[in-house]
Design a binder for this molecule. Structure first.
Ligand code: HEM
Length: 483
């Protein structure tokens, strides 16, 4: 059961003395200068920006203020700017138009090696880290693991896990929703991704997997025994051995899990994954799916607790499906109001706040000169908060996606929580269905209430957004639970 510890301080966003240091950090911008001088006669403008503090740059401010800081830079320098962050000079891209230039990547000037720095050693050769023809080749094979019939089979399986677990969640007292959802999502990863029982062995694998995720965010980024990076490298080996040793049995099985699918999928022209590919893709898929779905479901729970009128509207639609057994894929698609709420939660708390790229040659973004080697982050979260697309951008207002408003239709990348271009999330339908199945089941069993009137959640933005206090909500059992 999830108890209620105090805020997890200190973090890189909250540290002793932060109240006094923060105003100082806010005042030190450093000298405004160009990222690089554009070539003469190119007609390009320089990317302007400022370094922040010596050595650490704006790292701590970003960890504390997340998208708000990107918006400040946007207001000061426009959609393309630079600053120093995590020990490097990075170019930040904000807004749908600039994001499109990078994500659609018409001239193939931007590579996925931007992600390499963050997660490369632990998630090597995952789909998101591949480029060009090679990426296309792997994506076409992987697409076969996400066809409609396969999604239906996954949804039947996670529907059953959710239906088994959610009714057992503690009720009538504040419980931390985030760790409960994270546990459940890990259970789903074990049963539906790996096709394994939830036992000691799978707990060991889940731990190894978490080590890899944590290592990607390590501050000391080389192996020192006992520290995160080293643990991540060892854990990667554990995961490789685990999956590699099970491939022959999976290839021969009739299992319907994602691991079995990756072992067996083939394109029409006969291309399939090698054993090595299956191992690399499995490890990456677990990472890509787990935290993103957990954060989204947690954020939806928060917004529904804060906006009971939307909670009621979603529950009414859920009640229509209450007697049909564990929800399936078609069922999740009927939950229209919940879909609006999921979209809005993804906009306001974007699980992948930024997408990393690197310029592989001198290029330009919206007429700004970007030299070869520049690290680029497409700031999805900040772009979701710009007032030129979103009315009352900081407000939870799911109706903005309904006709005739359809604010999201103003630009094809207005809403970019799942990315865009060739690397757009391959698990989008899976992720949305999983989140909706989970929240639907919660709504059938419980009323989500704030722990006290006026409670507001604070999001820790040191890495992906998570609630600082785990999001304590009260799950009030509904008088008449379904079935
Ligand atoms: C709400 C949940 C999710 C969100 C918000 C999300 C978000 C994203 C984003 C923003 C990207 C693009 C990254 C980039 O361009 O740099 C991405 C890519 C990817 N996602 Fe998701 N994701 C979610 C769930 C999932 C799930 C459930 C799976 C698998 C079952 C998955 C698998 C992937 C893969 C394999 C890629 C790489 C695609 C490629 O490079 O071709 N994601 N995701």
């Amino acid at each position: 059961m999830a108890l209620l510890p105090p805020l997890k301080r200190p973090t890189l966003a909250h540290y002793p003395g932060d109240r006094y240091l923060e105003p100082l950090f806010r005042r030190v911008h450093g000298r405004v200068s160009p990222l690089a001088e554009p070539p003469a006669d190119s007609g390009l403008r320089p990317v302007m920006g400022e370094p922040g503090l010596p050595v650490v740059g704006k790292t701590f401010l970003f960890m504390r203020h997340g998208p708000q800081l990107s918006i400040e830079h946007y207001e000061k320098f426009g959609p393309v700017s630079w600053t120093n962050f995590l020990g490097m000079r990075a170019c930040a891209v904000v807004g749908a138009e600039a994001a499109q230039a990078v994500l659609v990547n018409k001239d193939k000037a931007f590579s996925q090696s931007g992600w390499q720095w963050f997660i490369g050693p632990f998630f090597k050769r995952g789909l998101m880290l591949l480029d060009g023809e090679e990426h296309l080749y792997h994506r076409r094979i992987m697409q076969e693991a996400f066809t409609r019939p396969r999604l239906e089979a996954y949804a039947r399986q996670f529907g059953a896990v959710i239906e088994r677990e959610v009714p057992q969640w503690p009720a009538d007292e504040p419980v931390q929703v985030y760790p409960m959802v994270k546990d459940l999502s890990l259970g789903i990863a074990t049963e539906i991704f790996m096709g394994a029982e939830q036992d000691e062995e799978s707990a060991r694998i889940a731990e190894a997997f978490e080590d890899c995720v944590r290592a990607g965010l390590a501050y000391v980024r080389f192996p020192v025994p006992g520290l995160r990076w080293d643990r991540g490298l060892r854990s990667r080996k554990v995961l490789e051995e685990y999956f590699r040793s099970r491939i022959p049995a999976k290839r021969a099985s009739d299992d319907e899990d994602l691991f079995a699918a990756l072992c067996k999928v083939e394109t029409d022209d006969g291309h399939a994954f090698s054993d090595e590919d299956v191992v690399n893709h499995m490890i990456f898929l677990m990472m890509a799916a787990h935290d993103t779905s957990t954060i989204t479901a947690t954020a939806v729970c928060w917004f529904l607790a804060k906006h009971p009128e939307w909670q009621e509207r979603c529950r009414e639609e859920s009640l229509v499906l209450a007697d049909a057994g564990p929800i399936d894929l078609a069922g999740t698609e009927k939950l229209q109001s919940l879909d609006l709420c999921v979209m809005e939660a993804l906009r306001l708390v974007t699980p992948v706040p930024g997408m990393a790229r690197r310029a592989v040659r001198d290029t330009e973004i919206l007429g700004h000169f970007v030299p070869e080697g520049t690290m680029i982050t497409v700031s999805a979260w900040a772009s979701h908060l710009l007032p030129m697309i979103w009315t009352a951008a900081d407000q939870f207002d799911p109706s903005r996606y309904e006709e005739p408003r359809r604010e999201d239709k103003q630009h094809r990348l207005a809403h970019m929580a799942f990315g865009g271009g060739a690397h757009k999330c391959i698990g989008m339908s899976f992720g949305r269905a999983e989140v909706k199945a989970l929240v639907h089941t919660i709504l059938l069993h419980h009323r989500l209430e704030l722990p006290h009137p006026g409670y507001e959640v604070a999001w820790d933005m040191t890495s992906l957004p998570t609630p600082e206090d785990g999001l304590p909500l009260v799950l009030r059992p509904l008088r008449k639970a379904p079935r």
